[in-house]
Structures are given as C-alpha cells and as structure tokens.
Design a protein around this ligand. Sequence first.
Ligand SMILES: [Zn+2]
Ligand SMILES: [Zn+2]
Length: 111
Amino acid sequence: MARTPKYSVASMQPVGRYALGVTWADKHDSILPLDNLRRRCPCVECERSRAVDRQPADSAARLEGVQRLQEASVMLHWADGHETLFLVEELRELCGCAACKGEPDYPITGQ
Ligand SMILES: [Zn+2]
Ligand SMILES: [Zn+2]
C-alpha cells in the first residue's frame, strides 16, 4: 500500500528560530522558513482563515516539534497547538534554493 516517495528525508533540524532545515537522502539541503510552512498548511482550517484574510497569531509560526510519519510524510507541531501534515514531496517543493527553482548550476543534457 505504501508507495515509495520520490524524495526522502535524511534528517531535520531547526535553523535558528525561524526556519526548519531538511537534509534529504539525495544530499540536498533545504532551509524552509516557518512562516512559509505555516502559510502552506493544506488543512481546511487554515484554508478557511486564509480566505477571510485572518492574520495568524505569532505563535502560529513557532515550531514546537517535528515528527516523521513513516517515510512519506512529516507532521509539524506549532506553538499555537495547530498541526500540519506535509507529504515529504510537498516539503521538497517548498525548497526555495536556486537548484529547486529551476536554476541548475549545470546544464541539463536530456540524457
Ligand atoms: Zn492548518
Ligand atoms: Zn532545493
């Protein structure tokens, strides 16, 4: 039933107070700002508060803990009690580095 995710997380650690660092099994590193992660929370509750343009509390972008759920997803526990479930592939898509933004430092040869 469990399909193999395209990406897998090797380790995760806080980067300062405002970002989560993810080291991927393919040696890639991502630094994901917490407020960005919280804004991307895919749950219904967050979608609704975004729709009414409600500003989240400060504690909404503070992380209390991170938990890996099997290989395919990650649960973020926020200081305001909210929880966000991301697929690891979604986390990877949030990586804002040059390589992930389509600016590879080597040309793609198509092979
Ligand atoms: Zn949410
Ligand atoms: Zn990246």
